[in-house]
Design a protein around this ligand. Sequence first.
Ligand code: URP
Ligand code: ZN
Ligand code: ZN
Length: 459
Amino acid sequence: MDLLIKNGTIVTADSTIKADIAVTDGKIMAIGQNIKAENNTEVVDANGKLVLPGAIDAHTHLAMPFGGTISSDDYEAGTRAAACGGTTTVFDFVLQDFGENLVDAVKRRQAICDPQAVVDYAFHTGIKDVSGNLIDGIAESVEYGVPSFKVFMVYDFGVTDGTFYKVLQKSKEYGALIEVHAENNEMVNMFTKQFLEEGKTSAWYHYMSRPEFVEAEADVRAIQWAKSLNAPLYIVHLANAQGMAAVTKARDEGYPIFAETCPQYLYFTNEVYKREDGRNFVCSPPMKGQESQDALWEGIKRGDITTVATDHCPFQSYEKDWGKDDFSKIPNGCAGIENMYPYMLSEANKGRISFNKVVELCSTNVAKIFGCAPQKGMLVPGADADIVIYDPDKEFTITQDAMHSNSDHTIWEGAKLNGYPIATYSRGNLVYKDGEFLGKKGSGKFVKCKPIKLTSPSL
Ligand code: URP
Ligand code: ZN
Ligand code: ZN
């Protein structure tokens, strides 16, 4: 036995028990009462602390070419920040190049990620091009261990409605899961042009060009197409109330429709775009009004939000400044990889939801839906020893100085959290302790995911 975490309160998605966890060769060997250490076992006393599965960030964009630049966290910096926020696996988005085979796209990114990642990683692939026989790459990718694909309804590389539908059809054949970035591109482009012509150039008009109904309309359309095929669909970064209602309705009807939201939509509202530093909050979809935020929290409580993920895609201040006088030039995306688990756990600590619910949303459900459970997302014998020790009594104020990403600012500056992770283990190795990163570049491993047959809203 290499490691024994004793006397902690072990919190999983469905139970809370006071017990010990024994780890051997990076795997959980046993969970139980009064487990005895062996000669060389390192013993950690977690009395008064929570012991949780590491979070799995289902949505990151590390070193991603986007908005005329590259997101500022490479795989080393992004996964370092992840580890320091209690996240032990990241699902990063590969973006297919036009004409590129889907598995080649994954291998191209894996070659960059593998020598850098400090925690484990998996991929989804953003599909741009299914011309010729490129669509057959879906089957090959599923085989390779990447069974999830994102289509974008926006941006200059977004797919047409027909391509989206074709991809949904194929996903049924191969057991793949299609994720969608749902916003109406035509409306976004029309509003953007109109506002700029009228001299309305501030960050507020980023929100105004993508208001609630622009996202909701696309959610409803995407759900309609998935329902027509009875194909599973996962809506990424859901941020609006009407879209939430459409997800709930489809799930109540029994369809396998799933939604992810992000901490930034649960904490900030569109008021941030009126701030002097409003451009730092520019991401798509944008933060919405209070009514949407309330609907997302209600969706979480009802069980209609399946996962919470970050959409981590940071850009430096000088890049955000490109849009000082033209909101359309602000690269879209914010940092959040280090803040997700601490923020969600703090909300639990304040009594808004249970700790079990946070584990479910940020870890277990991610592993289940993307096909890497029980290796990841669960504290059970045989699972990877990805473990977080959390101090519910530690007060923490988020500041840029305390963060571990390459980003030169944090939109979470000044947020006060009740409780904070004090240690993170990645496959039994201590990678973070008391504010300090202790991991090793290149120690993260590729997590091969399996296709999951999703035929109903339950996992
Ligand atoms: O603003 C965002 N979300 N940037 C990253 C790309 C995406 O749409 O997920
Ligand atoms: Zn997106
Ligand atoms: Zn994203």
